[in-house]
Design a protein around this ligand. Structure first.
Ligand code: ADP
Length: 797
């Protein structure tokens, strides 16, 4: 402190050449005594010492005082600086003394300030106060306010400047903040969407912002100074305001202060609208003023109403939705619509609300559901539908298709879940799959494929079952099936008929069955029988829809072909046999006739002339020849059935029967047989053979009689497409084990001695029946009689 500014002038003064500086009275004490006494006598000494004391007081004051102070000489160099200024500027006094002040506080170029200083000294430029920004050596920014006064000598000449520096940094900051605050307030006022209104102690408007102008329809010019309550409050509220305002005026208190109220307000046009009003009290001197922030709630109210309505309609939709919908937060049921309550088998939502959702998920599905919930929560995104097993309250399991979306329910994040019971659908799908498998298996077992062919406009879609692909020797993976590619699989020789078949389908004609061959990749051939059915068209539709089946008939065809070949062979060998039999019997006749006639000659001429043995031998030989003749005749007759038959023509069966009876007259008479018959039909037949057929059967019926006279009845009945004739007798009958045998050539059940015959009669009869397209068969009761039946197709069938 002692080394600060005040020493410097003294040091300067101590120099011998230095004249006492203006205002420096310390030299008085050094005056020679006589001079001092002289001064005393003049009464000046006291004045001088007072002066000196005042000078000291002044120095102490500025030296120790809190206000920064310096004095500059004519050049602007620091002549004196106090401690407060050194501290303010952050510079040592020793550094400043004798140096231009501009080095320490000037912001501009030193020369500029020096020039300004000189102008001030010469009175050309006004002195401070003026503000100056200063940056201290430690980097701190200061705002200084510099007050200046000229130092003059006794002659009144300016010899320097005294300055007091005030640190106004804080004040400036506050002023700046205040200014900014005012700016903000002004712009808030101007731009606020809420009306800002201020009323003085008398209830008159002193602030009316643009939003208030817009909201109420009064301009600020119209409104300022006007009683706010009278103009803005609806009649019903006005009295309440007027009653409560005087108390507020005095105390700044009131029920509405510091709160927000929903009220109504009145516009200039008289219309009323809902507002939210917030009031604050501001004290101005002794009176209380009020600031109101008013928000027009018309839009909000409308929006709230719309929201309420939309919530209501959403609730109605959800409540009536056929789909189960529920809300879960934190894994617990929060809401269930009636369909969801039903889905879980509950009677009311209370059975499920606040229960963990997982309890209603089948254990098999729990891990998957937990994962889904995590995904919905994490991604905050909808979950795609998935299938879950739910547990109803009674423990039964449901297959459910569900989807979830993130959902905010009463402020809590959760999920809105849509669930659909697909148990029946799943079962139907499983059944369908099983049916498809069954169909596929049966098709594969039966070698029967099916197809579906639809044509509508440009679309031409052909669908095959797996078995159809197999039948055509291609795979659905590699073969692209269309109505164009399909014919390429057909054997070249059958392609034309397939094209015709397809054209008939396109023409809307019922396509006929079509047998065709498929060319297999291994070079083989497969025979297919195709059968299509044209489905009826819907009215107005031009679409063609053919469904059908393709049956693998390869085996059948091969078997048929083999059979055909065998039949041909049989026919050939049969013909050969017949030829042989005919030729043999015909050619045997001649030598046999010779043997027979000579044996008869021998018998006639030498009977009784040789020994008794010879007679017997000759008799045997004659008999044998006769039997052989009979045999040959029958064989000829047998072979002639096929070769010498006549064309078929309409024949009255009873005419043929009568002819047969006539041929049998001798036998009938001899046996006293009684032959009866019903009316018989006309049939298409060889009349000679039909007569023979009747004759053989009636002949046998007479021959194989019992002791009593034979009773024979002939009748005919129509069965479907044929006439069945029957010849019934009361003869000896036939053992069941022989019923087949008797129709075979040469087969007999008796010796010639018992019943004469060759065993060819029934074989011939059978052949005749078969030549006519019918059959011959027998039913019999041994010892009671037999019925021989033969059938002939009804004419024209
Ligand atoms: P044949 O009459 O020459 O013996 P068929 O071929 O006419 O030869 O008959 C074969 C056998 O069928 C007969 O031997 C006989 O045993 C038996 N038979 C045929 N017709 C009758 C009938 N009406 N009653 C009993 N047996 C019969």
């Amino acid at each position: 402190m002692a080394q600060t500014g005040p020493q410097s002038p003294r040091e300067e003064q101590a120099q011998p050449s230095a004249a006492p500086k203006e205002g420096d009275f310390s030299c008085l004490r050094e005056l020679p005594l006589p001079l001092r006494e002289q001064l005393d006598s003049l009464g000046l000494s006291r004045a001088l010492s007072q002066l000196i004391e005042s000078e000291q007081r002044f120095r102490d004051l500025f030296e120790q005082g809190p206000v920064a102070y310096h004095e500059l000489d004519q050049e602007g160099n620091v002549r004196w600086v106090n401690q407060a200024e050194c501290e303010l500027l952050g510079v040592e006094a020793s550094a400043m003394l004798g140096r231009p002040i501009f080095n320490f506080v000037s912001r501009g170029a030193p020369s500029e300030s020096r020039e300004a200083f000189q102008r001030k000294l010469s009175g050309q430029q006004a002195l401070g106060p003026f503000p100056r920004d200063h940056i201290r050596s430690d980097g701190r920014h200061l705002t200084l306010e510099i007050h200046e006064v000229l130092i003059r000598d006794a002659r009144g000449v300016a010899t320097g400047i005294r300055s007091v520096m005030l640190d106004v940094t804080r004040r400036k900051e506050i002023e700046e903040a205040l200014r900014q605050g005012e700016d903000i307030l002004r712009s808030v006022c101007a731009s606020s969407l809420d009306a800002l209104v201020m009323i003085d102690g008398g209830g008159r408007a002193i602030l009316w912002n643009p939003a208030a102008e817009r909201m109420f329809g009064y301009t600020s010019a119209e409104m300022l100074g006007q009683p706010v309550h009278d103009l803005l409050a609806p009649a019903a509220l006005r009295q309440r305001f007027q009653e409560s305002y005087p108390a507020f005026q005095k105390t700044g208190q009131g029920a509405a202060i510091g709160t927000m109220r929903e009220l109504s307000a009145r516009r200039k046009d008289g219309s009323e609208f809902p507002i939210d009003l917030s009031l604050a009290a501001v004290q101005k001197g002794a009176e209380w003023q009020a600031v109101g922030v008013i928000r027009d709630m018309t839009g909000r109210k409308r929006a709230e109403e719309a929201l309420r309505e939309s919530r209501e309609s959403f609730r109605r939709v959800v409540e009536n939705a056929p789909e189960a919908i529920f809300v879960a937060t934190k894994g617990h049921f929060r809401y269930l619509n009636p369909a969801a309550i039903k889905l879980f088998g509950a009677a009311a939502d209370s059975e499920l609300l606040d229960q963990p959702v997982m309890m209603r998920i089948h254990p098999d599905s729990r891990a998957a559901v937990a994962e889904r919930i995590r995904q919905v929560e994490e991604r905050r995104a909808d979950s795609p539908p998935w299938i879950t097993k739910y547990l109803r309250l009674d423990g039964t399991v449901l297959d459910v298709e569900g989807a979830a979306v993130p959902f905010l329910y009463e402020g809590e994040e959760g999920g809105l879940v849509f669930a659909r019971d697909i148990t029946a659908r799943k079962r139907a799908e499983e059944d369908l799959r099983a049916n498809e498998d069954l169909l596929s298996q049966s098709q594969s077992i039966g070698h029967l494929g099916s197809f579906d062919w639809r044509l509508e406009g440009d679309s031409d879609v052909m669908v095959w079952t797996p078995e159809t692909y197999r039948l055509f020797g291609v795979s659905p993976e590699t073969f692209v099936l269309t109505s164009e590619t399909f014919p390429t699989l057909i054997h070249p020789d059958d392609q034309a008929s397939m094209q015709t078949w397809m054209r008939e389908c396109l023409a809307g004609l019922g396509p006929p069955d079509l047998e065709f061959r498929v060319k297999l990749p291994d070079g083989g051939i497969r025979y297919i029988m195709g059968r299509g059915h044209l489905l009826p068209q819907e009215a107005g539709s031009k679409s063609i829809h053919v469904v059908g089946a393709a049956l693998d008939i390869t085996e059948r065809r091969l078997a048929e072909e083999a059979l055909l070949r065998r039949t041909e062979e049989l026919k050939r060998s049969n013909t050969e046999l017949e030829q042989f039999a005919y030729v043999a019997s015909h050619d045997l006749q001649e030598p046999l006739r010779m043997v027979s006639s000579y044996m008869q000659l021998l018998s006639r001429r030498y009977k009784g002339k040789l020994d008794s043995n010879a007679d017997e031998f000759i008799a045997f030989a004659v008999d044998g020849a006769k039997r052989m003749q009979q045999l040959i005749n029958d064989m000829l007759a047998f072979s002639r059935v096929a070769t010498r038959g006549h064309e078929f023509e309409p024949v009255e069966a009873d005419t043929a029967l009568k002819q047969a009876l006539s041929n049998l007259t001798a036998a009938i008479e001899e046996s006293h047989a009684n032959v009866t018959f019903d009316p018989l039909p006309v049939v298409s037949a060889d009349s000679g053979q039909l007569t023979q057929l009747f004759q053989n059967l009636i002949g046998n019926a007479i021959k194989f009689r019992r002791l009593e006279p034979p009773r024979i009845h002939v009748s005919a009945e129509r069965r479907a497409k044929e006439w069945v004739f029957s010849v019934r007798d009361n003869g000896i009958g036939i053992e069941p084990q022989h019923l087949e045998r008797i129709f075979v050539i040469f087969q007999r059940l008796h010796t010639a001695a018992e019943f004469p015959g060759t065993g060819l009669g029934l074989a011939i009869s059978k052949k005749i029946a078969e030549r006519h397209g019918g059959h011959l068969w027998v039913t019999s009761e041994p010892g009671a009689g037999s019925v021989f039946y033969f059938s002939i197709p009804v004419q024209g069938q």
